[in-house]
Every structure is written in C-alpha cells, then in structure tokens.
Design a protein around this ligand. Structure first.
Ligand SMILES: Nc1nc2c(ncn2[C@@H]2O[C@H](COP(=O)(O)OP(=O)(O)OP(=O)(O)O)[C@@H](O)[C@H]2O)c(=O)[nH]1
Ligand SMILES: [Mg+2]
Length: 391
C-alpha cells in the first residue's frame, strides 16, 4: 500500500519526516516504495527547517498563514490553525498535484498532534479539503495525544484535543490514535526523546505497507494483505500495534530438516509477538470494542506453519470478540517473527470520551468566567454535540 503523507504542525511534520525515512529504508532493504510523497505543512518556519528527510524545497515544506503569523506558529490557538489551513489549503493541494507518482497513491495519511495549535486545527481542515477533492481515495488521520503532564499543566490543550478529535472524526475515513504517554511508561528515559517516540509510532506501518507492494515471488505470502484489506478494515477510531520475537536462524538449504520442537516454539513465539503487539497498541483500549481488525505475520517462509496462522487468528479473535478479522502472511526476515495488529471501528474509547467530557467542562468554566449562563452538563451522548467543530 502506498500512502501520501501530509504532516501538519511540529509533531505532524516530524511524523511525516519519519515516514520519509522509512520509505528510504524500504527502498534500501526491500527495493520497494511505500510512500508516494511526504509533505510537511506548518505556520512556523523554524519547525519546517528542523526536518531531515522531507525534501527541503517549497513543494515539500509548505509554509501557510505567514501573513497572519509572520512564520511563528499560532501559539496553541487551534481555531486559527484551522482557519489558516482552510484559507491556504490550495497551497497544499497544489503541491499534492505536483507529486510525480500521484496516481499510485492508495490513500492519504494526514498527521499531527491534537494538543498544539497548527496541527490540531490543520489536520481536520486539510482532511476535509482532501475528501472534497479526491473522492476516490480514503483520507486517514494519525493524531498524537498529549503526555499526561501536558494535560495537567496546560488547560487549553484538553480543549484543543476535544475539538480536534471531534472534527477529525467528522472529516476522516479513519483515525489512528496515538497516545504519547504510552511510550514513556516503560522507559522513562525516553521522555524527552521525541525522535525515539516518533520512530516507535511509525514502525508498525513498515511491514503493513510493504507486504502488498512486493513483486518477487518468494516474498509474496499465501494470503497477501494488500491495500484493499487495509482499507476494508479501517473505519473510525483505530489503533495499531507491533510485536517482534526472535527465533533461531533458519539455515538454508537445510531448512526442511528443522527439528519438530522448532515448530512448537515458533507457534509459541508467534503468540508472544501477537501479545506484545496487543500490549503495545498506540492507545490503550478494550479489544472487544473493535468492530474490525487485522493482523499481519511477517516471518521466514519456513517458520509460518498453518498451525501458527490458526493460533494467531484464534488468539486475536479471542480478544477482539466482536470484530471481523482479516489477516495476511508476509514471508520476510531470517530470525524474527513479527506481528502487526490494527483494531478499528472502536465503538467506545474511554480516552476519547474523557477528552470530550473535559473539553465541555473547560468550555463551561470559560463561559462562567465570562459571566455567561451556567452551562448544563448533560449525558455523554450529548457531549459530542457540545464540542465545537473546527470545520
Ligand atoms: N510524538 C510526538 N509528539 C510531539 C512531537 N512534537 C510535539 N509533540 C506533541 O505535540 C503537542 C504540541 O503540538 P505541536 O505539534 O508542537 O504544535 P503545532 O501543531 O506545531 O502548533 P503551534 O506550535 O501551537 O502552532 C504536545 O502534546 C507535544 O507533546 C513529536 O515530534 N513527536
Ligand atoms: Mg509549532
């Protein structure tokens, strides 16, 4: 599957940069292309200058709203971010149209953080414009949620997250939710290492995008997971995860003589990698809330037995009991079993509802401060309606 990546704001630009890097890795390691273009859009010149892999010309780094902001960002005001993105949206469309291999694009991925200003406003605004213009291609979002300390110390960021999520939900075909906090709980030393976090956010997409692009027979699985399967799976709130286990290196040409014990251990390792992928999902969620899901097993051909595939399918089905599950195998690698999992169409994300509730109470406090009418707190079903839309 080939994506056209548009990164908005500082965080989005860096995620786009990471995808551009990953595309180079795909070229070098596998001779494949998984991205048709990577574009960074920002109101801030300095943020655009800090990127490494997105090409540095004006067709790949797009400064918007320079008249309004003087090139210094929107300072967390996401409605200004949205307004600028709407006004300067044709600049983005123009550079998309200049993409050499645009026709090979299967889908758009628009990335950004929800808590900032530029990305938070621009992601839904640009998504809406892409949907209007390119009716035949899905538009997905990848939205990064703030660290806990930011939520506690920066009141405004919760409001930004609430309005960004609501607007993205209305505009995009599916939204990958990525919780920054998830990446620091295990290893606190990476707290300040955003580059490392971005690497971990983007890595799960590698095998997933490569699998359907292979042309050499030996790398084509018995059940290829291609762009169609991924597009059928993606809808609404979605999460992605990745797990990897080492297995003993398979020695060609003696691979047919593998010990029977290896097979059992492959199955066990496969299950472990699936557990890891589910444990490391980009946002903590309850798998039974998913209505759709997929997994991809990437491993040496010799290690992928029917037993293993069956075990993985029933293991995922056992967790995501309400989901239609698609799956694929990708014969790549020498001594690893890797599993990529997507859970999609999540019907009940506690985290998202929490943001909506908190954003509403932020609005009500702000109104009260202004001496406005007391804002009635209604049920959660009403919550969605109460969040202002950026569109
Ligand atoms: N994972 C990740 N999160 C980031 C990165 N940069 C910023 N963030 C998060 O994004 C939020 C801040 O948004 P930014 O992307 O910096 O804001 P912006 O879109 O540039 O908007 P303004 O600067 O307000 O115009 C915070 O929650 C940060 O933790 C990054 O490179 N990776
Ligand atoms: Mg910025």
């Amino acid at each position: 599957m080939k994506l056209l990546i548009i990164g908005c704001g500082q965080c989005g630009g860096r995620i786009a940069d990471e995808f551009a890097r990953l595309n180079r890795v795909a070229h070098a390691q596998r001779g494949l292309s998984i991205v048709t273009n990577t574009i960074a859009v920002n109101t801030d010149v300095a943020d655009l200058s800090g990127l490494s892999f997105v090409k540095s010309d004006f067709k790949h780094r797009v400064l918007i709203g320079s008249k309004k902001t003087g090139g210094h960002g929107v300072g967390k005001m996401n409605e200004i971010g949205a307004e600028i993105a709407r006004e300067d949206g044709d600049k983005v469309i123009e550079v998309i149209r200049a993409t050499d291999k645009f026709s090979e694009t299967d889908a758009f991925l628009v990335a950004g953080s929800a808590a900032g200003g530029t990305g938070s406003g621009a992601v839904p605004a640009i998504t809406q414009q892409l949907k209007e213009r390119y009716t035949d291609k899905p538009v997905y979002n990848l939205i990064v949620l703030p660290f806990k300390y930011e939520e506690l110390t920066e009141e405004r960021s919760i409001y930004n997250v609430g309005t960004c999520l609501k607007s993205a939900y209305l505009a995009a075909d599916a939204i990958f939710l990525v919780d920054n906090q998830r990446y620091i709980t295990k290893n606190t030393s990476i707290r300040n290492n955003l580059a490392r976090i971005n690497y971990l956010i983007v890595k799960p997409f590698y095998n997933l995008l490569c699998a359907g692009e292979e042309t050499e027979c030996k790398y084509i699985g018995s059940r290829v997971l291609d762009a169609g399967d991924i597009m059928q799976t993606l809808a609404g709130w979605s999460v992605i995860g990745y797990g990897k286990e080492r297995i003993p290196r398979i020695n060609f040409p003696f691979s047919n003589n593998r010990d029977f014990r290896d097979k059992g251990s492959d199955t066990q390792k496969g299950i472990q990698s699936m557990d890891e992928a589910l444990g490391e999902l980009s946002l903590k969620c309850n798998p039974t809330d998913a209505r759709k899901g997929l997994y991809l097993l990437t491993a040496p051909y010799e290690a992928m037995s029917m037993d293993l595939i069956k075990e993985l399918s029933s293991s995922l089905k056992g967790m995501a009991t309400e989901a239609i599950i698609r799956s694929g195998d990708y014969p790549r690698g020498k001594n690893t079993l890797e599993t990529t999992v997507i859970l999609s169409e999540l019907v009940n994300s506690k985290k998202v509802m929490n943001y909506f509730t908190k954003a509403i109470s932020y609005i009500s406090t702000a109104r009260r401060r202004q001496g406005g009418i007391e804002f009635q707190h209604r049920g959660l079903e009403e919550a969605f309606k109460d969040i202002p839309s950026l569109l």
